[in-house]
Design a protein around this ligand. Structure first.
Ligand code: FRU
Length: 501
């Protein structure tokens, strides 16, 4: 968090438009980022500076659109404060065209940050709504909720006047991240908020014309006291269930749960009752069991699928890439569904278009077996691991030949527990938040382990996708091997490994 002095210094060097910065500075930042050994192969990451929340995730004018929170000069010394939404578009959610800055912090209503928001196609334009962050002369935060319109040529025009100034009575200035949708002839915006008693909640607004927004009130969840702030709220219906997805801040660690600095998860319940805002739901479900996962946003694809993007990072964590003046990437897009009242995630099927050379896996043996190396570290593994003849199987990804360094997944059938251990993964970071994560998971005789590895990340989908581990890892270049070890009996693993383009 910025201190008052920092802010004064930083904001003195504010540059609203990246185009107004000396191009040599911008290029030097990009060149430094390119020298990083950790540049991702098939994940979205910034050319320099920080990437944060996905924003404005939508399908409009024949393409998917995705923006992200962007601060390209965040690591330049002295800091040149610049912040906005960066814009990408894609026909398939896999191959992205770089469209440059989407919005920058260039009005008096968003001068201290073009914060998160969302998008909705309306007629022949894309409607955007976001939070403009400002600090007043007393260094008190004043949020504005602002509209903007994008045409089919990707030109964005912000409205001159915000819809909402400050926060409603009873709530603090932590009021942001509008998520838009349309339902039954009305537009809705759901905003993250903090009550004056410093508990988090989500406020529902309604509009018929995208001009006047009326506060309906809080979504009536069964949790009056659940963290101090809810960031990035989202509501959607899938498989007949209502899902309230959000990022509660301030939950205390509870055994294997809530081990990260902030959480990202959901309530699954009956569809929202729009008349009463009643939402009856089950227990909070942490969406991901890994270390780096936050600020998710979903959209509905033209074929009806509910697709999620998210930031593979969390604020307050410092990543080793910062020495190369960049940090953050987005997760691979995931299709959401609800099975047995649980939200599950699966990699979208379009990702198969990244597959190149394939190796067949059919390994069996006592102790440790090595999986074939496909010649590069960005790989997809679609494996079936047998737990029939052994209690525990460990899979070591991005391992060196001696298997001293690796990112280790353990499947423990006896305890019905999956464990991700990144303590030996490579460069260590954020160790104060622990290096091991556990998640109870139903493990039968056979379990599907579907893994996407990139230069500096791993995403592991176990079984039907109810357990997912997403993490940044920073292995050395010689960590190219994969090993499977059984605690007793035989390790048996079948499936395929692909190089990913
Ligand atoms: C979540 C968040 C949002 C805010 C944005 C600012 O990571 O704090 O609540 O809009 O980031 O970058």
């Amino acid at each position: 968090m910025l201190t008052k002095i920092d802010r004064e210094k930083e904001f003195k060097r504010m540059v609203p438009h990246i185009a107004d910065v000396d191009p040599q500075i911008v290029q030097a930042e990009k060149r430094l980022a390119q020298t990083s050994p950790f540049r991702q192969h098939f994940h979205i990451e910034p050319a320099s500076g920080t990437l944060g929340d996905p924003n404005g995730f939508s399908f409009f004018a024949g393409q998917y659109h995705l923006f992200y929170q962007w601060s390209p000069l965040a690591f330049h010394q002295p800091a040149l404060w610049q912040h906005g939404w960066y814009h990408l578009a894609s026909p398939d959610l896999v191959h992205w065209q770089d469209l440059g800055p989407g919005m920058e912090s260039d009005t008096s209503y968003d001068c201290h940050g073009t914060y998160s928001g969302s998008a909705l196609p309306v007629g022949d334009r894309l409607f955007l709504m976001y939070t403009g962050n400002t600090w007043n002369r007393n260094w008190v935060r004043v949020p504005y909720q602002i509209g903007a319109w994008m045409n089919a040529n990707n030109q964005v025009k912000k409205n001159a006047v915000p819809y909402l100034t400050g926060s409603p009575a009873g709530y603090t200035p932590h009021f942001r991240d509008p998520k838009l949708w349309h339902h039954d002839h009305h537009y809705y915006a759901l905003l993250g908020a903090q009550r004056e008693n410093l508990t988090g909640t989500a406020l529902l607004y309604q509009s018929t014309d995208l001009t006047a927004w009326r506060l309906l009130g809080e979504v009536q969840t069964d949790t009056p006291d659940f963290g101090f702030m809810w960031e990035c709220p989202d509501y959607f219906e899938v498989d007949g269930h209502g899902v309230l997805l959000f990022c509660p801040q301030g939950l205390s660690a509870d055994g294997n749960f809530f081990n990260n600095v902030y959480q990202n998860g959901c309530f699954v319940g009956e569809p929202l009752n729009y008349a009463t805002r009643g939402f009856h739901h089950g227990a909070f479900q942490e969406l991901d069991a890994g270390f780096d996962f936050y600020a998710t946003q979903t959209m509905q694809a033209p074929d009806g699928r509910r697709i999620l993007s998210g930031w593979m990072g969390i604020s307050e964590i410092h990543y080793p890439t910062e020495q190369y003046h960049y940090s953050g990437c987005l997760v691979i897009p995931r299709e959401l569904s609800v099975h047995h009242n649980q939200l599950v995630q699966q990699p979208i099927r379009e990702l198969t278009s990244l597959r190149r050379e394939r190796q067949t896996v059919n390994q069996i043996g006592p102790g440790t077996v090595a999986l074939p190396y496909t010649g590069q570290v960005s790989q997809e593994f679609d494996l079936t691991v047998s737990l029939a003849a052994t209690q525990t199987v460990t899979l070591d990804f991005r391992a060196d030949v001696l298997n001293q360094h690796h990112t280790r997944l353990t499947l423990d059938r006896g305890r019905q527990l999956c464990t991700l251990d990144r303590s030996q993964a490579g460069l260590s970071f954020a160790e104060q938040w622990g290096t091991v994560r556990h998640r109870r998971t139903p493990l039968g005789e056979r379990v599907r382990v579907h893994v996407f590895v990139d230069t500096s990340s791993i995403e592991i989908f176990i079984g039907d996708g109810a357990t997912v581990f997403t993490s940044r890892i920073f292995p050395a270049a010689n960590q190219t091997q994969t090993f499977v070890t059984s605690s007793d009996g035989q390790a048996q693993v079948t499936g395929s490994i692909w190089n990913l383009a």
